[in-house]
Write a protein of this length. Structure first.
Length: 295
């Protein structure tokens, strides 16, 4: 007996970069660098110099240097130590209340018929992100990770996320294959993908987000770039992204209700909800008349 087809694309995904997007500084500057007694400016200079000398990937270089400096200082950091550091991260205004407000807005506007899920895709450290105060709001966090030995200490980077590899995780969200052991290479018809790109909003802060923004926009999704202040220099990169049509909107990184960012996200959510209602009505109508159009 053939089961009745169901409309499965009734979920919205909001995907966030982390450093510079939800918090002003790189997460290491609130957490592991103070623990090691290293000044951020000095550390990031080491990373730049090492990457130039060795031709190494900067993300791998920073993860390696953190371990080397911890060893040199005889500071041994466990997974639980990293997680506990996450509570020290400071956020842009309104971030801690943002997710509940957005969830309530979608529930109210859709009369409870649409689900919204939040994701982080970051080149930062997953061990730290697992301890952040806003962790409970995220369906998944994708970030770089360390391997921990039998003593529970970090020994080498086992998972690396860079500007370009971030796009893999957008496809995971799109196809509903969120576990890393699941392959995303098999073809999946668009109508079977639980979160089409049209239902995705990506929020980032700069050039490191360009591959993700380009992929999202190319596939019909929506993007926003945020900047830390009204200073012209802070805005410059985001204005470039807006001119290049990499983003729908730019806005100050103020997540409080009634801010320009909140208003512009509401506009995008309304657009997605309207399109979703249309697609669902088309699906229902075709089903009623015995039409199956899933090529």
């Amino acid at each position: 007996m053939t089961s009745t087809p169901e409309f499965v694309q009734n979920t919205i995904a909001m995907v966030y970069d982390f450093d510079g997007t939800l918090c002003p500084q790189p997460m290491q500057e609130y957490t592991v660098l103070p623990k090691l007694g290293i000044q951020p400016e000095e550390f990031w200079r080491w990373v730049e110099e090492d990457a130039k000398q060795t031709g190494g990937e900067k993300m791998l270089v920073y993860m390696r240097l953190l371990l080397e400096e911890a060893n040199n200082r005889r500071v041994y950091i466990s997974r639980d130590d990293f997680r506990k550091m996450g509570k020290d991260i400071e956020y842009f205004p309104g971030v801690q209340e943002w997710f509940s407000k957005i969830n309530q807005y979608v529930k109210r506007q859709s009369q409870g018929s649409v689900t919204i899920q939040h994701y982080i895709i970051s080149a930062g450290m997953k061990e730290i992100l697992e301890g952040i105060s806003i962790r409970k709001f995220f369906k998944q966090i994708y970030a770089s990770e360390y391997h921990f030995n039998f003593q529970g200490l970090a020994t080498f980077p086992k998972q690396l996320i860079t500007d370009t590899t971030k796009t893999q995780y957008l496809f995971r969200v799109n196809k509903g294959k969120e576990a890393l052991e699941e392959s995303i290479n098999e073809h999946m018809p668009e109508w079977l993908r639980p979160i089409p790109f049209e239902n995705i909003i990506y929020i980032g802060d700069g050039m490191t987000d360009v591959p993700s923004m380009a992929l999202t926009k190319k596939n019909g999704g929506h993007t926003i770039a945020v900047y830390p202040s009204e200073d012209a220099q802070d805005q410059a990169t985001c204005i470039k992204l807006l001119k290049a049509k990499r983003v729908d909107f730019i806005a100050p990184a103020n997540y409080q209700k009634d801010s320009p960012l909140f208003h512009r996200v509401q506009l995008l959510l309304n657009k997605i909800l309207s399109s979703m209602a249309y697609q669902q009505e088309v699906f229902t109508s075709q089903l009623h008349y015995g039409i199956v159009d899933h090529d």
